[in-house]
Design a protein around this ligand. Structure first.
Ligand SMILES: Cc1cc2nc3c(=O)[nH]c(=O)nc-3n(C[C@H](O)[C@H](O)[C@H](O)COP(=O)(O)O)c2cc1C
Length: 141
């Protein structure tokens, strides 16, 4: 029983590059033992994260993440049962925003900024899928 969960949140001002790396490091340390894979993106102060794995494990991790003081306004965008993983290669991959093709953002939204609060969950999911397909994800499993 696999599920994929997608949420958005607003990073608190104290979250800088160093803090982001700490979150990724912790994720890479914890997620493999729970069979969790996914991708995390931070752009313009907004986190977008996809988590996939067993239902119980994903639900448990999400409950923990929601209470993390490093972000606010956590909003569940999409939750679905899946037949196969989309981000199997990453215990927690990071979208390389420096290499992000802004045209890809424009393809899915009104402006070339990442704003998952302004678009549907399926649009954010489609954007993530394309980011992965165009190899803009960094960080090994
Ligand atoms: C945006 C964001 C994404 C996070 N993603 C993960 C994750 O994928 N895996 C994880 O274990 N912790 C993640 N965390 C950290 C958790 O909220 C929590 O601090 C951590 O899991 C605690 O782990 P510990 O009990 O081993 O210290 C994330 C935190 C934030 C703010």
């Amino acid at each position: 029983m696999l599920v994929r969960l997608l949420y958005a949140s607003r990073a608190v001002p104290a979250v800088d590059q160093e803090e982001l790396l700490a979150i990724l490091k912790k994720s890479k340390a914890n997620n493999p033992a729970q069979g969790i894979t996914g991708v995390l993106c931070l752009s313009d102060g907004i986190f977008l994260q996809a988590l996939e794995g067993g239902r119980a494990q994903v639900n448990r991790l999400y409950s923990r993440i929601v209470t993390d003081p490093r972000h606010t306004d956590v909003q569940l965008l999409s939750y679905e049962e899946i037949g196969e993983r989309r981000f199997a290669g990453w215990s927690m991959g990071q979208v390389n925003m420096a290499r992000l093709n802004r045209a890809l953002l424009l393809k899915y939204s009104e402006t070339a900024t990442l704003d998952p609060y302004a678009v549907s969950g399926s649009v954010s999911m489609a954007l993530f899928a394309e980011l992965v397909a165009t190899a803009s994800i960094v960080g090994q499993s």
